[in-house]
Design a protein around this ligand. Structure first.
Ligand SMILES: Nc1ncnc2c1ncn2[C@@H]1O[C@H](COP(=O)(O)OP(=O)(O)OP(=O)(O)O)[C@@H](O)[C@H]1O
Length: 362
């Protein structure tokens, strides 16, 4: 109850939110504390390096939450603390209501941990790895063997069940790491870069698996650098920069780059295309960037982009591609790292009448 009041006090009462909303939020906080992941003001340093600083976040049951941040942002350090493998210097963590520092054994019963590299028992086979892990969780041998058979099939390692872990490829080791994390049917899954090393088919299978876990009411927290893929699986994202959780809302409202490609674009024609796009939109050609056959133009929002598309089409330009240059997560991530917009942002004036191709020699 004290925790619940704390949660509301910080999030709602302090902001003067109505009692009904505060009550609903309190119930959600309470549910999170019992089933999800709750991190409050957690810090951890290694000597002079402050790896995580005052991180506060929630990962709700029934949802997949992405942990996004550049190299060295503190993602692994945070995940290690959640997994009960590293003690925080300060702050509080609850995994399904359990404090992993105070009661690591209870926490490990509810959480499954998949590190970014499988680090155990190279001479055991994939099957022996899972059976041994299951036995360590107190599962009897018959169940452990059934579980190994099921999980190795689930992650696509059925045919390699009797191969030694050391001969597995990086992607196959990732799959074994996932099977190992699932061995005790955990309610909370912590995955550190699970998609690295996986081929496209395995990545799709991983996505399907994670969505299924969330649909079953489990909590999934996943860190990844493959932002476009993360985007397809996560419900929520937490951005970590320099060890601190940052609010992505301001970044989301900044200018975003869009790809504009005219039909039949070639390397030789790109200068002319850039000139036409720029002059139609009233922008300086040198303010635009060329990327893989397309011109990148910065727009402050979808409305401005839609208006510009209309101007380009009305000017007779054969627009073959017009789309955001990055996924939402990539855009937010890049904006957080590089707060300045990458391209022009001026609202477009009325277009000059410039049919496509007439400026090719200009
Ligand atoms: N055991 C350690 N001893 C000293 N410094 C460490 C240790 N572990 C991590 N660090 C430092 O803490 C910071 C955060 O590292 P961490 O591995 O948590 O980042 P990350 O976001 O997971 O990075 P990446 O995406 O590259 O895996 C880095 O500056 C790193 O050098």
């Amino acid at each position: 109850m004290t925790q619940m009041i704390d949660c509301v006090t910080r999030g709602a009462a302090r902001l003067g939110i109505s009692p009904e909303v505060a009550g609903a939020r309190a119930r959600r906080c309470q549910t999170d504390r019992m089933t999800g992941i709750v991190v409050d003001d957690v810090s951890r340093a290694f000597g002079d390096v402050q790896a995580v600083r005052g991180a506060t976040l929630r990962a709700e049951a029934g949802r997949v939450t992405g942990l996004v941040g550049p190299n060295g942002a503190g993602k692994t350090t945070l995940l290690l603390m959640l997994a009960s493998l590293l003690a925080p210097d300060s702050g509080s963590i609850r995994i399904g209501g359990i404090d992993p520092e105070a009661d690591p054994l209870a926490a490990r019963r509810v959480l499954g941990w998949m590190p970014d590299a499988l680090g155990a028992w190279p001479s055991l086979t994939a099957r022996e790895t899972i059976v041994t892990t299951a036995r360590l969780y107190g599962i009897d041998r018959a169940d452990a063997e059934r579980r190994a058979q099921h999980l190795l099939g689930l992650v696509g390692l059925g045919e390699l069940a009797d191969s030694a872990a050391k001969v597995l490829s990086r992607g196959q080791k990732q799959k074994l790491g996932l099977a190992r994390a699932l061995v005790h049917d955990p309610q909370v899954l912590l995955l550190d870069e699970p998609a690295s090393g996986l081929d496209p088919e395995a990545r799709v299978q991983l996505r399907v698996l994670l969505r299924r876990f969330a649909a079953e009411g489990r909590t999934v927290l996943i860190s990844s650098h493959v932002l476009s893929e993360l985007e397809e699986v996560v419900d929520d994202a937490v951005f970590l920069v320099g060890g601190a959780v940052v609010d992505a809302a301001p970044a989301q409202s900044t200018v975003r780059a869009w790809r504009v490609r005219l039909a039949g674009a070639t390397a030789e024609r790109l200068n002319a295309d850039t000139w036409q796009v720029a002059s139609t939109l009233g922008l300086a050609p040198e303010s635009l960037v060329v990327d893989r056959g397309a011109v990148l133009v910065g727009f402050p929002g979808e409305d401005a982009a839609a208006q510009s598309l209309r101007l380009l089409v009305e000017a007779g330009l054969p627009v073959a591609e017009f789309a955001p240059a990055q996924s939402d997560l990539e855009h937010t991530f890049l904006a957080l790292r590089h707060p300045q917009p990458p391209a022009a942002t001026t609202p477009p004036p009325p277009p000059p009448a410039a049919p496509h191709g007439t400026e090719a020699g200009a």
